[in-house]
Design a protein around this ligand. Structure first.
Ligand SMILES: C[S@@+](CC[C@H](N)C(=O)[O-])C[C@H]1O[C@@H](n2cnc3c(N)ncnc32)[C@H](O)[C@@H]1O
Length: 243
């Protein structure tokens, strides 16, 4: 496989660290439901949906989501697990994605747009700003965009590994943790992370991006398992938070 960047890494991914990713995503969905009391009528768009773990977790609550990802294998998996829902392939180029989203989503607007565990794999902050700009066009006037699991200057891999470890113990999934750590240490993930640092974005940078796009920005705690990462809720500026 290519070792050029995170985009190539993710396009080529199959099922390498599914166990831990599924657990972390499941945790996020539980927190999301608690905080926002999602309803089956809610329209949710998962940008960078991966193998569809958010969709899998919400299917039991009869909540169907729409998703997009750069990895064709993941999209095929989402389609086969959720045949009634719309999942489509996007690229790493936001201008191209604008056309794809307009074609696939038409004029749909979503109550929730999720960008979960994606930001660290983007090459530059400006890519995140372009993604936020693009996605805000598909957000309901009262809708909520969640940018979650963002690495910043307070992020510590040791603290993150520890919170993951505790969660795996609680769930009786210590094997998943060991598998994950071995994968990080001995796979192409390690090679790529040496060549491409994961993107860190500060709270101020996200607030500035939101402001430039007339979105409000609220930092929310506890949405993700890795406690030293940050989560943000963006809304159209005219909308007051009710949570
Ligand atoms: C850690 S996984 C998270 C998947 C899913 N959001 C979840 O939390 O279960 C990262 C995902 O980001 C996707 N991705 C990487 N770079 C991307 C980009 N530039 N635009 C959209 N998705 C991207 C990958 O294909 C992968 O599915």
């Amino acid at each position: 496989m290519s070792t050029k960047g995170w985009d190539n890494f993710w396009k080529d991914q199959r099922q390498s660290f599914y166990a831990v990713m599924k657990m972390a995503t499941g945790y996020f969905v539980t927190q999301l439901e608690k905080k926002y009391q999602l309803q089956p009528t809610d329209q949710i768009f998962d940008y960078g949906c991966g193998p569809g773990f958010v969709a899998d977790a919400l299917a039991g609550k009869h909540i169907q989501i729409t998703g997009a990802d750069i990895n064709e294998f993941f999209i095929q998996q989402c389609r086969s697990n959720h045949p009634g829902a719309l999942f489509f392939l996007i690229t790493t180029d936001v201008a191209t994605n604008k056309k794809i989203l307009e074609e696939q989503l038409q004029r749909r607007k979503f109550d929730y747009i999720l960008v979960l565990s994606i930001v660290q794999y983007l090459p530059h902050e400006k890519d995140l700003e372009e993604i936020i700009r693009l996605l805000s066009r598909f957000l309901q006037p009262q809708g909520t965009m969640i940018i979650a699991d963002v690495l910043d200057e307070n992020t510590s891999s040791i603290k993150d590994a520890f919170s993951l470890f505790l969660h795996c113990i609680r769930k009786g999934r210590i094997g998943a943790f060991v598998g994950f750590i071995s994968y990080l240490l001995f796979s192409d993930y390690r090679t790529i992370s040496k060549q491409n640092k994961l993107l860190h974005v500060s709270e101020q940078a996200i607030r500035d991006m939101a402001k430039r796009q007339e979105l409000s920005c609220e930092k929310v705690m506890g949405l993700t398992l890795q406690r030293s990462r940050s989560n943000y809720v963006l809304r159209h500026s005219s909308v007051k938070s009710s949570v």
